[in-house]
Design a protein around this ligand. Structure first.
Ligand code: UD1
Length: 429
């Protein structure tokens, strides 16, 4: 398996273009199941997760064509007909969000059999709210031997769906299913993440009638059919935030482009509180830090526009060398501190008590061998490696490849000493 080696100590100076958002791209790809016309997605990231979903969609009858189009990386998805309504375990378990094909499949062809995704290292992550939404829309749901059987032979019916807790995936799933339902659906206590607004824009370009995404109430007036469309994927706010933290960690000046500053405002405020300079620009941010040490600040993760749980590990890495003690509270997932013991291998002083971690800043981290445990945790180890003395080698980086496009190239272009070591132990040419 590939590893990444980072030699610490170099400042970051340069420009990093932000890719299209993984978390949005994979839901938009699933929307292609809703129409027999082609859906062209531009600003598409090329990642392991988009490949996984492409593989699954192909199996369901979607032709998936990746190319470089007039406006950059694009994927054209075309499902003239659904040839199978079966999403097997081996494809769904590789990426939980694959489960979101269930709603569009039932909406378009009246039935589906989709594997339950199973657990995941950051928490139990059940799908009860997804199923509750589909049942509210009139689907008959049965669970057998790890599979969800969903049926709505006479189509889905608009309904009121009131979520007891905020869930990004369940809100998206309900939207994907309700666009072809008969009548009006109102989703209450909807997630407000920017990726939902992106999904709404794409669905509306396809002829759907969705309003309110980005607020707690989303209203969908069902239509009989959807058509093809072209849609540009929203910039990846987690990738953007990750490089903003990396710049604050290593020092120097990094300009993030092809993005939008408001997508990471809650992070920018915390970076400024810690002593970094963040300049909001038209297409991103510039993050600067002079030689001085950052100050410890506290964070608590929350649904958007709060501090993103997907940036918690990176911020913890930043705090390992800050001046003072930082408290980091995780409120979204119950087991999302697995990066803490790995950061401690680099010399960080961290203690975890339930959903809260206390980080006492140390003057210097030391390079070591560490292991990536999940997608965002793995990049926090790379960030720590940027300032650790000597070499840090991160193994199991397939997690990283799921969500960060050309990471070594992007950091390397700013002066970081980062290289990939291929599975056989030989550096990649
Ligand atoms: C999405 C993001 C993920 C991010 C998370 C929170 C994608 C592919 N992933 O994940 O990167 O960290 O939002 O911003 O977009 N829950 C239930 N029952 C359900 C569904 C969720 O109890 O049916 C719980 C989860 O266990 C979790 C909380 O709700 O504790 C929030 O999860 P959710 O917002 O659904 O996250 P995902 O959509 O899985």
């Amino acid at each position: 398996m590939d590893r990444i080696a980072i030699t610490g100590g170099a400042q970051l100076n340069g420009v990093i273009p932000v890719s299209g958002a993984k978390n949005s791209a994979i839901k938009l790809m699933a929307a292609s199941l809703l129409t027999d016309e082609p859906l062209r997605l531009t600003n598409m990231p090329r990642l392991a997760d988009t490949r996984f979903l492409g593989k699954l969609l192909t199996r369901l009858g979607v032709s998936v064509t990746e190319s470089d189009g007039p406006d950059g990386q694009q994927t054209i998805l075309h499902a003239p007909e659904i040839t199978s309504g079966f999403a097997p375990y081996d494809l769904v378990r590789q990426m939980r969000a694959s489960f979101n094909v269930l709603g569009p499949l039932v909406a378009r062809s009246g039935q589906a059999k989709v594997s339950l995704p199973g657990g995941c290292t950051i928490g139990a992550r059940p799908v009860d709210l997804h199923l509750q939404a589909l049942e509210a829309l009139g689907a008959k749901i049965d669970l057998h031997e790890g599979y969800v059987y969903a049926q709505a032979p006479r189509g889905l019916k608009g309904a009121e769906i009131s979520f007891p807790i905020v869930s990004v995936g369940a809100t998206e799933h309900a939207m994907l299913a309700a666009v072809l339902a008969d009548g009006v659906t109102v989703i209450k206590n909807a997630a407000c993440e920017p990726e939902l607004v992106d999904l709404q824009e794409c669905l509306n370009a396809m002829g759907a009638k969705v309003e309110g995404a980005g607020t707690p109430t989303v209203t969908i007036t069902g239509v009989a059919r959807l058509k093809g469309a072209t849609h540009a994927v929203i910039p990846d706010r987690i990738e953007m935030g990750t490089y903003a933290v990396a710049a604050a960690m290593a020092g120097g000046e990094v300009r993030l482009t092809n993005a939008r500053p408001e997508l990471i405002e809650s992070l920018s405020v915390k970076l400024e509180e810690a002593g970094a300079t963040v300049v909001r620009t038209e297409d991103g941010v510039i993050v600067k830090r002079n030689g001085s040490r950052l100050n410890a600040v506290d964070i608590e993760t929350a649904p958007f526009p709060g501090f993103a749980t997907d940036l918690q590990a990176q911020f913890m890495a930043l705090m390992t060398t800050a001046n003072g003690e930082s408290h980091i509270r995780e409120t979204i997932f119950e087991n999302r501190f697995m990066h803490a013991p790995e950061l401690m291998r680099l010399g960080a002083d961290i203690s975890v008590h339930g959903g809260e971690a206390r980080v006492r800043g140390v003057a210097q981290l030391e390079g070591a061998e560490v292991m990536a445990t999940d997608l965002r945790a793995s990049v926090s180890l790379v960030i720590a490696g940027l300032v650790a003395r000597g070499e840090t080698v991160v193994s199991r980086i397939y997690h990283l490849d799921r969500g960060f496009e050309r990471l070594e190239e992007k950091l390397g272009a700013c002066g970081a000493q980062v290289r990939r070591i291929k599975g056989d132990g030989e550096p990649e040419l």
